[in-house]
Design a protein around this ligand. Structure first.
Ligand SMILES: Cc1cc2nc3c(=O)[nH]c(=O)nc-3n(C[C@H](O)[C@H](O)[C@H](O)COP(=O)(O)OP(=O)(O)OC[C@H]3O[C@@H](n4cnc5c(N)ncnc54)[C@H](O)[C@@H]3O)c2cc1C
Length: 219
């Protein structure tokens, strides 16, 4: 365990129960690399799990240090780097169908409370300009920056100009998971990839950033 990380055990969660794990995180002011708020935890972690902190701290499964598993024979096993090593290796990203995981031990990382993040939206017909340039910028950026590109159809949302509704759009969503002032500078070039855009990038509580994609993902 390094200075900025903490190991913490959570009982297994599925679906809407992940709200409980968020409470744990609030109380500790520490975070594990989840994707968005209320993302189911078990299948997410066992399948890998990409989230806002993944460039800096790895996948959710990279931060698993221990799991408790009930096998199909009803045996209760603990798996970690010393005990049931092969099972632990398989649970870290390839673990569906190896038993029911009833407890997860995670390495947590301190982040926020405020980060620089949100969404930048370009029109879909800018694809050939915006996407290759955004990828080039991302490659040169520090690991604190996590800005996936989502290609989607613009919903009739109030934050989008009416003429965009129903048309293709490019959403650059995420942010800089470090000092917000530094983040503003790192994100700046992503705001000049083409002329037309909606700029919703600003200092934002990490918790709010986690729930941002819920607008597009009604789970
Ligand atoms: C809207 C949406 C957004 C998403 N965004 C992301 C993202 O940003 N990053 C990302 O990495 N993934 C993302 N995903 C994918 C998501 O991680 C997977 O769908 C994940 O499997 C969901 O976890 P779950 O616990 O609901 O699993 P389920 O869908 O319930 O199950 C998936 C598999 O895991 C097994 N499983 C579930 N719980 C346990 C347990 N306790 N023990 C053993 N096996 C178990 C199930 O048997 C099944 O084989 C997204 C999915 C959706 C629908």
């Amino acid at each position: 365990m390094s200075g900025s990380t903490l190991e913490r055990k959570l009982p297994g969660f599925r679906g809407e129960q992940l709200g409980v794990s968020l409470t744990v995180k609030r109380n500790c002011s520490v975070w594990q690399p989840l994707g968005v708020e209320y993302r189911p935890l078990a299948g997410f972690t066992l399948g890998g799990g990409i989230g806002w902190l993944s460039r800096k701290h790895g996948l959710a499964c990279d931060n698993l240090f221990e799991a408790q598993v009930v096998t199909s024979e009803g045996e209760v096993l603990f798996a970690n780097k010393d005990e049931n090593k092969d099972l632990f290796w398989a649970l870290c990203g390839g673990g569906h169908g190896l038993g029911v995981v009833t407890s997860f031990g995670f390495r947590l990382h301190r982040v926020g409370p405020t980060v620089y993040g949100g969404m930048l939206i370009y029109q879909g017909d800018s694809f050939h300009t915006v996407v290759p340039e955004a990828i080039k910028l991302m490659e040169k950026s520090p690991d604190e920056l996590f800005l996936p590109i989502v290609l989607s159809t613009a919903p009739p949302a109030p934050f989008l100009p009416r003429e965009m509704h129903g048309n293709k759009m490019i959403v650059i969503v995420g942010g800089y998971m470090g000092d917000p002032k530094q983040g503003e500078q790192v994100v700046l070039p992503f705001k000049h990839l083409d002329k037309f855009k909606v700029d919703m990038m600003a200092p934002i509580p990490y918790l709010s950033l986690q729930s941002l994609p819920n607008e597009f993902n009604p789970l």
